[in-house]
Design a protein around this ligand. Sequence first.
Ligand code: SAM
Length: 378
Amino acid sequence: MVDADGVSVLGALRREPDVEAPDLVAVDATDRLLLDEAAGLLAATGPGEVAVVDDSYGALTLGAVAAGARDVRVHQDLLVGELALARNAERTRLTGTYRSLLLGPGLADGARLVLARAPKSLDALRELTEVVAGSAAPDATLLVGGRVKHMTHAMNDVLALGFTDVHATLARQKSRVLVARGPRPGVPSSFPRRQQHPDLGLTVCAHGAAFAGTRVDGGTRALLAVLPRMAPDARTALDLGCGTGVLAAALALAQPELTVLAGDQSAAAVASATETAAVNGVADRVRVVRDDAASSVPDASVDLVVCNPPFHLGAAVVTGAADRLFAAAGRVLRPGGELWCVYNNRLPHRAALRRLVGPTQVAASDRRFTVVVSTRRW
Ligand SMILES: C[S@@+](CC[C@H](N)C(=O)[O-])C[C@H]1O[C@@H](n2cnc3c(N)ncnc32)[C@H](O)[C@@H]1O
């Protein structure tokens, strides 16, 4: 991919501020396949007619700009992707060529080409399908690219809810693109979803990409069960990696004196947690922020942290992701403050919690989950 100045845009991209390592790339085969499949369409679009969803580090957005797209609209669920895109745009002198927007009609309104990395969940794909089908131009094409091993026929079925013509391209370098054309008129929007949980006295709202949707995860339930034992004198709490905001809303409902900050790097989580707080009547005491590992929260400013960290077994990068949250908890807790954390019994988090926060005791455990409380050392 070469821009007008002859500079290789894709070759210049980096992952930072995400983890960088020799085997981790900023541009992968899926990005390249998507851009190649889009090449003819990109050449035929005018300003403001291209949208990009869930660009990893900016390859799709900046690659599209280098191929002639102007005023590209972009939505990235993960904050780290948004930050990496901004830095890569600066690096390639393409700042100002795109706009970051929420996932909603403004993103794809009148768009004729939408490039998307396949989201992890079918619900996230469904929300994307509904947004694009409901607002893009009648001749719009939606291209959804992913690794073959992560793509299923169910994805075609979800796209077919919003488009009359859905087919897959041939695979290349273990990647494939689904092509959706012919937006169906009047596709209703089914997000945010809302579910009452009478057993928990809570209603949960969820956008498609939010962890667990409107369900309440087993680990989250294990934390909810010990909620009455958490720092009774706490005045400020942080729900670190809040997802749909179940823990934040439950804490605010249980302790009327408590103000709760709920933070997540995912835009879908932030939108969901904001709605969960509102629907449970605690929006005045739950503030929701999109940030990476509580980076906007001052040191030693919080009495209580609750956390159900990301938990993919076996992936070193993800163990690192949990450790980043533990380090953040250690930083934002005041001395003597408590982190209540839940994890799958098989995960070896205790040593990291001791190191990054302080003395750590098991507060509860069952067949699947361990709940621990770590006290921030003085
Ligand atoms: C296992 S989910 C738990 C969600 C919610 N607390 C619950 O119990 O349902 C972990 C959450 O942490 C968020 N997360 C992961 N890494 C993060 C980071 N560095 N900064 C902020 N949030 C993060 C994910 O987006 C996800 O919503």
